[in-house]
Design a protein around this ligand. Structure first.
Ligand SMILES: NC(=O)C1=CN([C@@H]2O[C@H](COP(=O)(O)OP(=O)(O)OC[C@H]3O[C@@H](n4cnc5c(N)ncnc54)[C@H](OP(=O)(O)O)[C@@H]3O)[C@@H](O)[C@H]2O)C=CC1
Ligand SMILES: Nc1nc(=O)c2c([nH]1)NC[C@@H]1CN(c3ccc(C(=O)N[C@@H](CCC(=O)O)C(=O)O)cc3)C=[N+]21
Ligand SMILES: [Mg+2]
Length: 285
């Protein structure tokens, strides 16, 4: 599994850095409120940090916190030399302006890559962001690790969110794919999707993308994480993606599973961004 391979590579590099200069990368995660899925993801991130030897610092704030209270903790971590990455778990409670809060993260520690300056550089030719957003970066990394040709290919991204769809489309374009972005206002999305050699789906609609929509041999990256009723599983629900996995497997040349596909890659990229932040701060190669 690619995510495991990447985590092993990170473990070795963290150890090398610790032995060479006595520095251990640190990731600070701020969780506001108690959404079950966010608590799960933050727990996954903490476990992953520990498994590769990265220090993790966690702050949990009540749902009714003010923007200023969250920003106070961000500033603390901005000035803490043992913290190299800061992640504010999204979504924030609806009374907050997410962009306001995210802007407070020092761009040098913006391991989510959501800061407008990082997104701006990602969008600009000839500029490189300090950090690429983890989920889109994980999608591209999967394509690279499975030697999927991107250059000159037709790519379709379904969804245009700031954290997945939009940066994923930018990354595919930077690798010379010809990219279409399909969203809720696109008429007859199948007409566009059927030409795609590569599809990245980040919608949040269970089993929306049907096998019949796909061009034979297409590569499908399913970012969607959708809980659906399931009497057989202990939790009473199971997770499925945006793509009809069984149908897609009969037509596509590769389909990422949910769970077990993009999710673990997102975590691996977060660890990778935190490590590279520590290396940059300490001029360590
Ligand atoms: N595995 C991982 O690491 C991650 C997984 N996710 C998952 O990815 C999914 C998307 O999340 P996120 O990126 O935050 O997206 P959002 O929920 O913010 O937005 C959904 C996007 O899908 C588009 N959309 C909605 N309905 C349709 C439709 N019928 N046809 C085409 N496009 C449609 C929307 O269009 P419009 O812009 O017009 O509203 C919007 O751009 C979710 O299931 C989420 O859980 C998210 C982050 C990380
Ligand atoms: N600031 C911020 N950065 C994020 O990167 C961010 C965020 N907020 N908010 C929510 C989304 C969602 N996200 C996931 C991360 C890991 C899994 C993951 O590990 N999923 C596993 C297991 C899922 C399970 O078993 O519950 C899998 O798909 O195999 C899923 C989703 C990151 N996000
Ligand atoms: Mg969103």
């Amino acid at each position: 599994m690619v995510a495991k391979q990447i985590r092993d590579e990170i473990t070795a590099e963290v150890l090398k850095m610790k032995e060479a200069i006595g520095v251990v990368p640190g990731l600070a995660v701020i969780l506001v409120g108690d959404r079950k899925d966010s608590v799960t993801y933050v727990r996954n991130k903490k476990k992953a940090c520990e498994s590769v030897g990265i220090n993790s610092f966690e702050v949990r704030l009540p749902e009714d916190s003010t923007e200023q209270e969250v920003i106070k903790f961000i500033s603390k971590f901005n000035n803490d030399p043992s913290v190299h990455g800061i992640l504010v778990q999204l979504p924030l409670p609806s009374h907050m302006d997410e962009q306001n809060v995210l802007n407070a993260v020092d761009i040098e520690k913006d391991v989510d890559g959501f800061h407008p300056l990082n997104i701006g550089r990602l969008a600009m030719r000839g500029r490189d962001p300090l950090f690429v957003p983890c989920t889109p970066k994980g999608c591209i990394e999967l394509l690279h690790r499975y030697a999927v040709e991107i250059k000159g290919k037709r790519a379709v991204v379904i969804g245009r969110s700031n954290i997945v769809g939009m940066p994923a489309a930018l990354l595919l374009q930077r690798e010379d794919a010809t990219v279409s972005i399909v969203h809720s206002r696109t008429k007859n999305p199948e007409e566009i999707i059927k030409h795609a050699d590569i599809i990245i789906s980040a919608v949040g609609q269970p089993n929306m993308v049907r096998g019949s929509w796909l061009k034979p041999g297409a590569v499908v990256i399913d970012v969607g994480i959708n809980p659906v009723e399931d009497a057989n599983s202990p939790r009473g629900y199971k997770l499925v993606g945006d793509v009809c996995y069984e149908e897609a497997c009969k037509v596509a040349s590769a389909v990422t599973p949910v769970p077990g596909g993009v999710g673990p890659m997102t975590i691996a990229m977060l660890l990778s961004n935190t490590l590279s932040s520590a290396k940059r701060t300490h001029n360590f190669q």
